[in-house]
Design a binder for this molecule. Sequence first.
Ligand code: GCV
Length: 675
Amino acid sequence: MRKSFVLTVLTGALLLSACSRPVPVPQDGTELWLAAGRPYAEVLASVQAKVDPALPAEGFHIYDDGAQRVVAAGSEAGLRYGVYALQRAEVLGQAGPGIDISEKPYYDLRLLNHWDNLDDTVERGYAGKSMWEWTSASIPEARIRHYGELCASVGLNGAVLNNVNSNPLVLDAEHIARVAKIADILREYGIRTYLSIKWTSPIALSGLKSGDPLDPKVRQWWKDKAAEIYAAIPDFGGFLVKANSEGQAGPQDYGRTHADGANMLGEAVAPFGGIVMWRAFVYSPTSPDRANQAVEEFLPLDGKFADNVIVQIKNGPVDFQPREPFSPLFGQLRDTKMMMEFQITQEYLGFSHHLAYHGTTWEECLDSDTYRDGPGSTVAKMVTAIAGVANTGQDPNFCGYFFAQSNWYAFGRLAWNPELAAEQIADEWIRQTFLKPAGVSDKTYEAKFIAPVRDMMMASREAVVNYEMPLGLHHLFGGTHYGPAPWDRLGRPDWTPAYYHKADSLGIGFDRTPTGSDNVHQYHEPLTSTYANLATCPENLLLWFHHLPWDYKLSSGRTLWDEICLHYDTGIRQVEAFRRTWDGLEPYVSPALFAEAKRKLEIQQHDAEWWRDACVGYFQTFSKRPLPSDVRPLRLPIDSLEFHQLKSDELGMPVFDDDLRAVILPPRRMMRRPQ
Ligand code: GCV
């Protein structure tokens, strides 16, 4: 063969293989789910946009009038939602001729709650410091605009800017002026601004002697403060309040009720159309079951809240655990407006290190039937508004991990329409977030990239449940809420894992049946019986409701002990599978995103093993049983975990060594097991 021919053949072969191989498009995750669509302005310019007051205020109608595509909406905000809906439809391939999409939001209030502090730290934030940059001289306008676009694109219309553990200074003149500037930007995206207040603000800011909600001076102070805020921010949304909870003061300190407190604030903002979101996250250290407390405190107040007060309730009765049943309060209040509080930031699900898609978590909760008004009384129908604790920070990708962005997206989509399926939302998110590589057919991309990523996301939350706290176990966390500490039993009881798992030589689990705390009676029938009865209690909530012997037989025929071990091991195997899947996706995704998830998944596997070693190792000291033969042995002896602690940085993030292992610090005093 002549040399030139050989070269030609080789070059041709190389070119051919290059053409048939996908060429990933560079991207770094900073465009979030707006990456794949046409720019908003371009979509807007391509349609006839019109406001039609006959349509629902935030609703829209996208249709074709001959050759002209029209987006009609009840308001400017609705128009924005419609244009973003069209952008999404284009990416999803649903915007062909004859398009006809009419939508309006299910809930009027769709809010993010930012737990951002005035010193720029973020409580339970894992994406850097506060995105509002409270301590800087200027307002981070570009970031706020980007945030506004992202929120508007999924239909979110409110933001509480600061932490519920509020600093009274947020209500001083300087901060009100700053908040007004932020509100001016957010308003352009249809987002109303709200603030969390500290109950004792009148004392801290003006030297009043009391915070008693029935004291005329206190009432006047709040009225004046509301007037001051509304003078600066005419469309200010209102207040979010954490009172008499976790050391925060509240009306009970003055012998008054939550309703007295909420109504006083409600009265202050009512003339301006404002609202008060009063959190039901309350629990006293002396109660026999923290899960009972919200109902115990709030049921007697049903019907006593003012019209502009909404009680904001966390999805579960304890605290954003990887799995909880829905809070029974959703089924108990009848004459009080209720609002959902989900947690988007992954306080208990591996921070921004673990892949844990929450679409499935929230779908499970929203679809749960409370039976309050008979069958079909889903949680979604019981609430009239919805909030999510944000996972945003100054990180260029906002969330610290591009997979964590999917939870912000999913929250927005479910807030718009709680009937959407988690799987559909994951699918939409993938198609909008990742840029399809060149050289790949739609069919191949679908089969080789979209489907595997979607499957990973859909399985991810259950994987976390498996390796952190399966079968209804909950709150097995150490101090930072990142890693396991099932042995921890010092300090306030209901802040320790031992209070929740109650492991002893006989068994494990929290008895919430009538022989225990009787939490089951806070649910309506048939749930009371379903949960109380071992034959019908869902196995994924078994140890939430029951204390059971180690040799209790589950539906698999295995003992409880063996199933616990198996679930932890399964969780690790699931993460191993995610890693294999992700490694196979390298040809389809940008090098930056590929590397990011590769590293995070490695951390996730290490952490999953750490959880297994800690929990199985610790519970084994009670069960005194061997690991089942099909479960892999533990790697770390329990003593090396139990008497050490995790090193974390100033944001509470764990510190990893070069091998991506969490750095474990030398022994500390507190975690001794009682003899
Ligand atoms: C903002 C949990 C979290 C706290 C949080 C609290 C709340 O206890 O760990 O960081 O405080 O919930 O929701 O008020």
